[in-house]
Design a protein around this ligand. Structure first.
Ligand code: SIN
Length: 490
């Protein structure tokens, strides 16, 4: 199997099977599917293609150890997670190489992702011994009230392709810390990093004398076929999903039958506001961070740039100059700052969005087209004078396109920022503290970055309002998604 751009020492340690009940297995379907390098379209590996029977076998393995895992002392769960943190950190170069190979992002970004991913393990190793609880006398004085945290039970984790390691640890770490065994259905486009990580966890569980069945992995090319019977099975008690709002809705509907606890990290359409009093060079750097991480393929990517009309030209030209200096290429090549998009359809979509904006009068300040090279690339693009009804403003683009539109005053900026069904994150650059507080009160969002283009942090609650989802990941809130309260009156 050719594995271009992936060191052979890493390739030799990537499991390509299903992890069920502590052992790597073949799929019951007898099929495999190919995982490609998006920068070259070359096949990296053929991976076992799990079917519904495998999904249910993984759930059985998780359910079989649920009571045992819930009874493991919080300190022992904490120490396991800390060991996984150490092991992942020790192998961070290998994991970063895998993230780049299957996901495309530049190696420097992949390294940052591994560090970010590891923080979820460290944070939840520290939270595992601090599960919430309560004891008090009832107001009437008739009895005492004791409230315990209990693990919700076996959890199905459906993860996206854009952060092949961080979106896994963000779910696995709080689930294991809370005492829930897991079944992971990784993204079809990026299952290799999950498999590599799952083997680290399996080995650490074994080394600690803990049940290896608490982590199960079922890669598949047919997600809904595999997950439907798992979601319908009464042994499953929790579903955590990161992906599109469209798929989230379908999963919420099917979860209703089994009354599942759900966490939904869905789409975004982040506004990036630049006020007239902003530090423009700082806003440009923040815009670059908020827009170009993973070539714009993040739910928290700045999707719409709303700029005060008095600074629009200065900001637009400076941003275009920064975009012009970006180096598009294979993520593993030295000097690359922008990798490919994940697949051909993603490039088609970006092209459609840019063409629509131009048809409605937008000016291309830089980029606007596919570079002439193999792989799924699109040039970093800045568009000025974008009409408010253009697709680039209304839809989540998930690509390296920064559409700029203007506003005249703060009230208009707020109206534009809130003119979306989504509310995951917003960014604002201003030096006015009063305005910062008004934005904090009035922007309809789960997260707000002030004079910062990056908000993500393992210790903070990540999540959105409106169509951007339900629940939070990270921080104190993240573990509560895997806990339920048991009230005892005594
Ligand atoms: C995402 O795009 O879904 C996650 C991004 C992040 O955690 O920063």
């Amino acid at each position: 199997m050719p594995t271009p751009h992936l060191p052979p020492t890493v390739a030799a340690h990537v499991p390509t099977g299903l992890l069920i009940g502590g052992s790597w297995q073949r799929a019951s379907t007898g099929r495999t599917f190919a995982v490609e390098d998006p920068a070259t379209t070359e096949v990296l590996f053929d991976v076992e293609d799990a079917g519904p029977a495998d999904g249910l076998a993984a759930l059985t393995a998780a359910a079989d150890v649920a009571d045992e895992w819930a009874a493991v002392a919080p300190r022992a769960r904490a120490e396991l997670l800390r060991s996984v943190f150490d092991a992942l950190t020790a192998r961070s170069e290998d994991v970063a190489a895998l993230v780049t190979a299957e996901g495309g992002k530049p190696l420097a970004e992949a390294r940052a992702e591994v560090a970010y991913a590891a923080e979820y393990l460290r944070w939840y190793s520290e939270q595992a011994v601090r599960l919430p609880g309560l004891a008090r006398t009832a107001p009437a004085g008739t009895h005492h009230q004791l409230v315990l945290s209990r693990p919700v039970g076996p959890a199905l984790l459906i993860t996206p392709w854009n952060f092949p390691i961080a979106m896994i640890t963000r779910k696995v770490a709080p689930a294991l810390a809370a005492g829930c065994p897991v079944v992971i259905k990784p993204a079809q486009l990026t299952p290799l990093t999950t498999a590599y990580f799952a083997e680290i966890v399996r080995a650490e569980l074994e080394a600690h004398g803990l049940p290896t069945g608490v982590i199960n992995v079922v890669p598949t090319s047919s997600s809904s076929t595999l997950t439907a019977p798992v979601i319908a099975d009464p042994r499953l008690r929790k579903l955590s999903f990161t992906g599109s709002t469209e798929v989230g809705r379908v999963l919420l509907r099917s979860s209703a039958e089994n009354i599942l606890r759900t966490s939904m990290e869905l789409g975004g359409n982040a506004p990036f506001l630049v006020f007239e009093d902003a530090d423009i060079p700082a806003a440009v750097e923040g815009a670059l961070a908020a827009k170009m991480r993973n070539a714009g393929q993040t739910c928290v990517a700045a999707n719409r740039f709303l700029v005060h009309e008095s600074v629009a030209d200065e900001f637009g030209n400076a941003l275009a100059a920064r975009f012009r200096g970006l180096v598009v290429g294979h993520g593993a090549d030295a000097g690359t700052t922008v990798g490919p998009l994940i697949e051909a359809a993603a490039v088609d979509n970006v092209e459609r969005v840019v063409a629509d904006a131009v048809d409605r009068g937008a000016r291309v300040l830089v980029g606007g087209e596919r570079p002439q090279r193999a792989g799924h690339f699109f040039a970093p693009t800045v568009l000025a004078d974008v009409a408010p009804d253009a697709l680039a403003i209304r839809e989540e683009t998930f690509g390296p396109v920064a559409p700029l539109t203007t506003f005249g005053d703060e009230r208009e900026a707020l109206e534009l920022a809130n003119a979306s069904e989504f509310g995951l994150v917003a960014y604002a650059y201003t030096r006015d503290v009063g305005r910062v507080m008004r934005l904090a009160e009035q922007v309809e969002t789960g997260m707000l970055g002030i004079n910062r283009g990056l908000v993500s942090d393992a210790s903070a609650p990540f999540g959105g309002v409106k169509w951007s989802g339900l629940g939070r990941e990270g921080g104190e809130a993240g573990i509560e998604e895997y806990l339920e309260q048991r009230y005892i009156a005594l």
